[in-house]
Ligand binder design. Structure first.
Ligand code: NI
Length: 171
């Protein structure tokens, strides 16, 4: 397995729309394993393939306290959402050290393929609901800061561009 480089906002590649995975094969399983390693190393609760510059519909997440319940979603589709909305504070591995409130459906049902290519359905609420909606946005090329005001977003962009200039990464 290998740790992958995570794209950082405002990298334009984060706005790429992912294409569906044609077959859950060895290549996809390797991607899934690398994404899980990357997510755990970065102490994130979710990671979309978009964030590691692979533009195919793959998400990994683990919202368990014990960090030992990895969930793999290939070609996820939201098939139901609650009318009830909830506001929660979100962060993103592509937007380091920035947290802000976003309103989303309180619970959702998602259909996807797992690491073996088997279909399953997941009912998510609480943190898992926030996480899966956030990650599915990544696959559509959307970063959570796009829910914030233009003023806030500009501040975040300026801050992260300055940070990238002051602390260049060796990648
Ligand atoms: Ni994110």
């Amino acid at each position: 397995m290998a740790c992958l480089n995570i794209l950082r906002y405002p990298d334009p590649r984060l706005h790429t729309v992912a294409r569906p995975v044609a077959a859950v094969d060895e290549r996809i399983r390797r991607l899934v394993d690398d994404m899980l390693e990357t997510m755990y190393a970065a102490e994130g609760v979710g990671l979309a393939a978009t964030q590691v510059d692979v533009h195919e519909c793959v998400i990994v997440m683990d919202t368990s306290e014990t960090r030992d319940h990895p969930i793999v979603l290939v070609n996820p589709e939201q098939i139901w959402q609650s009318e009830e909305m909830r506001v929660a504070e979100e962060g993103c591995l592509s937007v380091p050290a920035i947290y802000d409130k976003v309103e989303r459906h309180a619970s959702v049902k998602v259909r996807a393929l797992d690491r073996q290519g088997e279909g399953f359905e997941m009912h998510a609420e609480g943190l898992a609901a926030v996480c899966v909606q956030h990650e599915m946005d990544h696959l559509r090329g959307k970063v959570f800061v796009e829910y914030l005001s233009a003023l806030k977003r500009d501040r975040i962009r300026t801050k992260l561009l300055k940070k990238a200039r002051d602390e260049p990464r060796d990648d």
